[in-house]
Design a protein around this ligand. Structure first.
Ligand code: HEM
Length: 145
């Protein structure tokens, strides 16, 4: 059975993720309650930058460390780790596209890529993939406590 080595930064990464999640909720509040599109965009841009930095600094190296060797059976925990990374990757790509498109548009209220009628769905899908990735990340962390 494959053993997945938790990075020594795991607790720090978890704390960063939870803080980032709180910032993300503040960004949703900006949009849904305050109707502050620019505030929402700015907060989600911050979330995207923090997530990108965390993933590049810690998770990409840990993905390669935990990869099973050829022919080795894949344990359920590795499947959870993989799901966590794949969902996180999908979310991150969508976040970079949304935020990047918005920045490239010169911060126009409707500057994110996507037809207006799909925008809400794209953002919900992005948020769902990101949240699911964080939940799986917490499962991995809890399993190795
Ligand atoms: C990390 C990237 C982002 C995520 C995860 C995200 C997430 C969300 C969520 C969860 C909603 C509420 C959807 C609902 O009504 O249920 C929303 C709405 C919205 N967001 Fe974002 N957002 C992101 C980036 C941006 C950026 C950069 C802008 C640019 C200003 C933006 C503009 C909007 C607008 C205009 C709405 C309202 C859409 C509508 O009601 O039709 N978002 N977003």
């Amino acid at each position: 059975m494959l053993t997945v080595a938790l990075s020594s930064f795991s607790t720090t990464v978890l704390a960063v993720q939870l803080i980032t999640f709180a910032i993300f909720l503040f960004g949703v509040y900006q949009m849904k309650v305050r109707r502050n599109v620019r505030g929402h965009g700015a907060v989600q841009a911050t979330v995207t930058i923090i997530s990108l930095a965390t993933v590049l600094a810690v998770m990409v190296p840990s993905l390669f460390r935990a990869a099973p060797a050829a022919g080795q059976p894949i344990g359920w925990m590795y499947a959870v780790v993989l799901g966590h990374h794949l969902l996180g990757l999908v979310a991150l790509v969508l976040m970079v596209v949304l935020v990047g498109g918005w920045l490239a548009s010169g911060l126009k209220p409707n500057g994110c890529p996507g037809r207006p009628e799909y925008k809400r769905k794209i953002m919900r899908a992005t948020a769902s993939a990101w949240v699911a990735s964080i939940v799986l990340g917490i499962v991995v962390y809890a399993a190795y406590l």
